[in-house]
Structures are given as C-alpha cells and as structure tokens.
Design a protein around this ligand. Structure first.
Ligand SMILES: Cc1ncc(COP(=O)(O)O)c(C=O)c1O
Length: 383
C-alpha cells in the first residue's frame, strides 16, 4: 500500500471516466439514465449514489482503513446516521466529555425514541465496565476531548467492547486519520465532523461515517439513502480538495501549537495548559501509544488575579473569536461563554470548564505573528 501522504493526493479511483481528468468532476446530475429498462446501473439517483460523493467516500474509507465510508451534510448528520443503527430499548455508554451537539442529540432526540444512555469517564475502564447493562449495545467516545483534551485509550476500550460484544464508535474529528486511525486499533465505526480538519478551510459543513465491516456498511448505506442527509456534489468536491493538504496543514498547525505552548509555558500568568502533545502532560504517554501527535487544539488558563481572560480574548487581533476548529486560520474562544455556554455554571465547573479557560485552534499563520498577538493581548488585559 502506498504511504498515507501519497494516498491523500491520489484517491483510490482518480479517473472516474475516460477523459483523464486528474480531478473527479462535480456531477450535479440528480438522476442518471438507464441504457434500457431494467438494466443494472451503478448510479440512478443522486441521493442513492453520486460519483463525486462516492470518490471522497472511497478515499475516506481508504484513509481510515475501513470497509466503506459515507459522507453527510454535517458532522451532526453523520452522528445521527450512526446513532440511527440502534433501536428503542438499546443502551449506549458515552464519554462524559463528548461534543455538546452529540450530547444534545442523544438526550433531546434519541432518548425520546427510547435509547438509553449512561455517560462515563471513558479514561477509566472500571467505570465503563460498571456501566454495562444487559441491553448495552455500544460505547461512543472521543479519544481526545474538547476543551480539556482528556485522552482515552482506544485499545483499552476495545478490549472491553470486544469482551462484551459491544460496538465501539469513535469520533476522530480532533486528530483526523493523519494522526490516528481508530479502526486499526479496534473501532467499529469512525465519525468525523469533516467541517474541521478534513475540509480544513472553514468553508464546508460536512460529516463522515466510516464502517469497519461490510455488515455495518450495509446498514449505514441504508440510513444514508433512507434519511437523505447526503453531502452535495459541490461540497464533496471541496472536501476532497481539503483532504489533499490535510497532512501539510496539520504539520504546520502542530508545529505552531507547540511553539505557542512553549511561549505560554514561560508566561507566569499562565496557570494551566491542557495539551497531551508535550511530555509531562496528562495523557501524553497513552496518546502517543496510539496516535502520532496530539493535534492543534489546546486550552489554557490565565491567573484571574493578574489578567482578565475575556479582555485577553477580545484584544487578540490575528486570532479570530469563533467556536469552530481545525481550519487554516487560528481561532480562539472562551468555552464557558461560547462553545459550552449551554451548561450551567455548576455543570461547567463539574466538567472542569472554568470561566478563565481559553481554547485555541491553531492555524497555519506565521507563528511569530501569533506569539506577538498573544503578547500584546496579555499586556492589554493586565489587571
Ligand atoms: C468532536 C466533534 N464532533 C462532531 C461535531 C459536529 O460537527 P458539525 O458541526 O460539522 O455538525 C463537532 C462540531 O464542533 C465536533 O467538534
């Protein structure tokens, strides 16, 4: 098999027709003609199958080492499709720090359809074991969480999942297949908000589900076709274009993240840094047994006596104040007031999200501009 970086640029079937086009065209057709009534055709209707979409699905299956991939109009649509595999009365164990939208769809949508849910700290195998019930069907978690970057070992969870014949579903949005390939470590289903690193430019909403087995692929295809929350051909093309530079972008983003953290570590006003990509941080050893790097999102806290965290964020000029992550531009946010604002102050504190916690998604800019920006904002926000 060719190496990962080559497979980013050369999708499995680059020539979908005989023109020699080096890019799969954007097929806008919603229907495809049959040569004659009743003949076998690969494509008949775009919701059921579209060549532009199919090309990026085949590439994602290849990159994640799965059997088949399916792309959707958003990460949440992908998560909805994966959760639609379960039925009323099934019980799911979920990570207690999963993305808020995933928590919301589980609690405010699937629970009313009869899905039962127990949230646990998936870093703790005993907590997972204790949550297993006779009707438990799956464990769903993020190996690196947002915004505190807790690390869960996929292999450790896989051991439990396999012992109890449970499906293991892993949201790999934060690391991407460049840094972590959960299926090779025992996951059955991998999910992406492809809006983030895979597309990478803050201009496409997309989601992906990758299945390990043909049986799961068949079920997921049924859901994709039945519900119809497909990715458009235009966005499938944008996603495919983003994927080509995934490793280039992440290499720069990770290098920038490490330089920023190195700078922050030298600032007396910085009290805590959450990033399992540097030695000595919680989760560092565990993460590096399974992933090559920790990605380019991190969070940190400022000494409230010395600096006003909100004023610091407001004074940043190169970093934009925004809730998403994984794109070429650096973004900053205050989880307590933005991405996690739906949690009450007590719930936030229980989750470890303090009012002064700042989350950064590092972009590909010149890192000296990022450091200077932080320097000036720290000075401006001094109490
Ligand atoms: C880890 C994770 N999973 C899923 C999602 C949902 O994806 P989307 O916003 O593309 O619907 C997000 C969005 O922030 C996310 O961070």
């Amino acid at each position: 098999m060719t190496k990962f970086n080559t497979r980013l640029v050369h999708a499995p079937n680059p020539h979908d027709n005989n023109t020699g086009a080096v890019e799969v065209p954007i097929y806008k057709a919603t229907t495809f003609a049959y040569p004659s009534v009743g003949s076998q055709v690969e494509y008949d209707y775009s919701r059921s199958g579209n060549p532009t979409r199919r090309a990026v699905e085949e590439q994602l299956a290849d990159l994640e080492q799965g059997q088949q991939a399916f792309v959707f109009s958003s990460g949440m649509a992908a998560i909805h499709a994966a959760l639609a595999l379960f039925k009323a009365g099934d019980h799911l164990i979920i990570g207690d720090q999963i993305y808020g939208g995933t928590f919301r769809i589980l609690h405010q949508f699937f629970q009313k359809w009869g899905l039962e849910i127990t949230a646990v700290d998936t870093r703790d195998p005993a907590a997972i074991e204790a949550a297993i019930q006779p009707n438990t069907k799956a464990i769903y978690f993020e190996p690196v969480t947002n915004p505190l970057l807790h690390v869960t070992s996929i292999q450790q969870v896989a051991t439990i999942a396999h012992q109890h014949a449970l499906l293991m579903i892993v949201d790999n949005t934060f690391l991407s297949p460049y840094l972590l390939q959960p299926i090779t470590l025992g996951a059955d289903i991998v999910i992406h908000s492809a809006t983030k690193y895979l597309a990478g430019h803050s201009d496409v909403s997309a989601g992906a589900v990758i299945a390990r087995t043909p049986e799961l692929a068949e079920q997921l295809y049924f859901v994709q076709n039945a519900i119809g929350s497909i990715l458009s051909p235009e966005d499938a093309h944008e996603l495919a274009r983003g994927i080509k530079t995934l490793s280039l972008r992440l290499d720069r983003q990770i290098a920038n993240a490490k330089r920023l953290i190195n700078f922050l570590q030298q600032q007396p006003v910085v009290t805590i840094i959450n990033y399992p990509g540097i030695p000595g941080q919680p989760g560092y050893e565990q993460l590096h047994q399974e992933a090559t790097e920790a990605g380019a999102v991190f969070s940190f806290e400022l000494d409230d006596q010395l600096v006003d965290a909100e004023a610091f964020v407001n004074h940043l000029k190169v970093f934009q104040i925004a809730v998403s992550l994984g794109a070429v531009e650096s973004l900053v946010e205050l989880p307590s007031k933005m991405s996690h604002a739906e949690l009450s102050p007590a719930e936030q504190l229980a989750a470890g999200i303090t009012p002064t916690l700042i989350r950064i998604s590092v972009g590909i800019e010149d890192v000296t501009d990022l450091i200077e920006d932080i320097q000036q904002a720290l000075a401006a926000a001094k109490k």
